[in-house]
Design a protein around this ligand. Structure first.
Ligand code: B12
Ligand code: SF4
Length: 498
């Protein structure tokens, strides 16, 4: 048997497509899945990869109708899930089976299968390769789905079955995504990146995301807004990172590698091993400034263990840091774990000294935010702009997403994942002068609990109204003010970076 498989990334609804680096990088996860399927089944599967991130839902729907796939795999995040459903319905009408994956479906597999007839299955695993290859194999061979790890599906009676979801170590298998699947689109991402950030580089850059390590040192506590599925440190073989760099540079002319490791400073051992494993010819290209690397890192982590110098040796020229606030109360409320305004400033000074540019993000409307705390954060941004060099500053509204401590505060009060229990939430909220009475609790649960499709605007509004001491309008006005301030310093702005 053979199979026609299309892998797609659902786009943001258009009104939300405003992240400053939106569409600058491909969705590398679906390219990785395509590569793993081809390695396992070769010509038995005809593959196509379509990224809605650089087109639109209508374009993806046309591509589905045109390709006439047997199976459509859709990647969906909480803000893109509504578009994913529209694509799923088109795929179903075109006669395909539909499987969803990535963060949002991973959080709500049962609810999705109960509510959405257009979706046949969900794969819930942050490391999706093994389950997806097993799933495609089961379809090709006509084998039962009960053996496919991390799969949720309906049995013959329509009951939802949720198979166990084991942890897969990247060290065991981390397929290097084959960019040949998206070769024609690579210039589109590159153009988008250059339009926004080209001025930060002294030669023409072609960017890509790579991912050879996941996790964060703050994972045991996690920041209030952090919705990342799995924050345990999971690192691949260092040689895998360099192999991707080498191949992409040679075969695709890529020279800017955005390693989307949740926090580059999470595992000192891995960073040392990467330095150790740098092939001499790539070391020369890094030293010549021909190859550049970009990472996410925590400010506190950067100030320790000579990490800034290590970044420099690895070719890091841009670091993304979630500074979040400049007000101590808000940093505490955001669970930034010992990170202070001084730590943030110190990290940026160190990066500046090493010639590394900084993309800083801040958030308005953290739990308990007051006009005064927001003033202090904006003063802090002003101070930063005066004292250190920032390549871009994002100031975004707080959006409570599933699988975050904020979700516990808003929805999962009775059964929290990141607070010990409801009493712990009450104590946290009362420390911020916030009270959520039983009536309001019931209303929030009714509105947002047990829902697979969430309206981001509605979530943001309910959050501002009940978990801060500012209005949403106030937050938006102050964000617009900061955007102007930042632009006046010739620094890029934007909001809602992924
Ligand atoms: C790089 C990145 C981006 C890039 C690249 C785009 C992209 N979609 O990948 C940019 C900057 C463009 C971006 C944009 C956005 N992002 Co973003 N992004 C990330 C980041 C840092 C890494 C993702 C990554 O590349 N991982 C490495 C690859 C290899 O893994 P992967 O994509 O997770 O895929 C694996 C599995 O998830 C699974 N899988 C994935 N898709 C599918 C599909 C099927 C069918 C199956 C079976 C399995 C499967 O298998 C893959 C291989 O192991 C994550 C944080 C994180 N750690 O996840 C946030 C993250 C995914 N982004 C997030 C968000 C919210 C967004 C935006 C909606 C922001 C906005 N408001 O605009 C947009 C959406 C853009 C879009 N339409 O795709 C959230 C999602 C939270 C949630 N609850 O859904 C995250 C978790 C960050 C956070 N805030 O907590 N993002
Ligand atoms: S530092 Fe980043 S990855 Fe780590 S918990 Fe906070 S938001 Fe999540």
């Amino acid at each position: 048997m053979s199979l026609k498989l299309m892998l797609v990334n659902a786009p943001n609804p258009t009104e939300n497509a405003n992240a400053s680096n939106y569409a600058c990088y491909p969705h590398i996860g679906i390219v990785q899945l395509a590569t793993a399927v081809r390695a396992a089944y070769g010509d038995q599967v005809t593959l196509r990869v379509v990224d809605g991130g650089i087109s639109s839902t209508a374009h993806v729907q046309d591509a589905v109708r045109d390709f006439e796939p047997d199976l459509v795999g859709i990647s969906a995040l909480t803000p893109t899930y509504g578009e994913a459903l529209r694509i799923a319905e088109t795929a179903k009408r075109a006669g395909a089976q539909v499987v969803l994956g990535d963060d949002h479906p991973g959080f709500f597999p049962r609810l999705i299968l109960e509510n959405r007839p257009a979706v046949d299955c969900v794969i819930a695993n942050d490391v999706g390769e093994v389950p997806f290859v097993e799933f495609v194999g089961a379809l090709l061979k006509g084998e039962p789905l009960s053996a496919v790890s991390s799969l949720s599906y309906r049995d013959d009676n329509g009951s939802v079955i949720v198979n166990p979801s084991p942890t897969y170590a990247l060290r065991q298998q981390n397929t290097i995504p084959d960019l040949e699947f998206i070769r024609p689109e690579l210039p589109v991402y590159a153009e988008n990146y250059r339009a926004q950030f080209g001025h930060l580089h002294d030669h023409v850059v072609t960017p890509i995301t790579v991912n050879n390590a996941r996790g964060c040192e703050n994972g045991y506590k996690r920041c209030t807004y952090c919705s990342i599925a799995d924050l345990r440190v999971n690192t691949g073989e260092p040689s895998g990172f360099w192999k991707a760099v080498d191949t992409y540079y040679r075969d695709f002319g890529v020279n800017l590698f955005f390693e989307v490791y949740d926090s580059f400073t999470a595992s000192p051992r891995y960073v040392d091993a990467l330095i150790e494993a740098t092939p001499p010819h790539l070391r020369r290209l890094i030293d010549d400034g021909e190859i550049e690397v970009m990472v996410y890192a925590r400010a506190l982590g950067l100030t320790k263990r000579n990490n800034v110098d290590k970044c420099r040796r690895l070719g890091v020229t841009r670091v993304n840091i979630g500074l979040d606030a400049a007000d101590p109360e808000m940093l505490e409320a955001q669970r930034k774990n010992k990170t202070t305004g001084e730590t943030n400033l110190e990290a940026i000074r160190m990066l500046n000294k090493a010639g590394i540019s900084v993309h800083a993000s801040y958030i308005a409307g953290a739990p308990g935010e007051r006009p005064e705390t927001l003033d202090r954060t904006i003063d802090g941004i002003r101070q930063m702009l005066g004292e250190v060099e920032l390549s871009s500053v994002e100031f975004s509204r707080f959006i409570p997403l599933p699988n975050s401590p904020a979700w516990d505060l808003l929805v999962d009060y009775r059964n929290p994942s990141f607070f010990k229990n409801s009493a712990d939430i009450d104590a946290y909220l009362s420390g911020l002068n916030l009270t959520v009475g039983p009536g309001l609790r019931a209303e929030l649960l009714e509105r947002f609990g047990d829902q697979d499709l969430l309206d981001i605007e509605e979530l943001a509004a309910a959050w501002a109204e009940n978990f801060t001491h500012i209005t949403e309008e106030h937050a938006l006005e102050r964000i617009a003010e900061v955007d102007q301030l930042v632009s006046a310093h010739n620094v890029r702005t934007g909001n809602n970076v992924g």
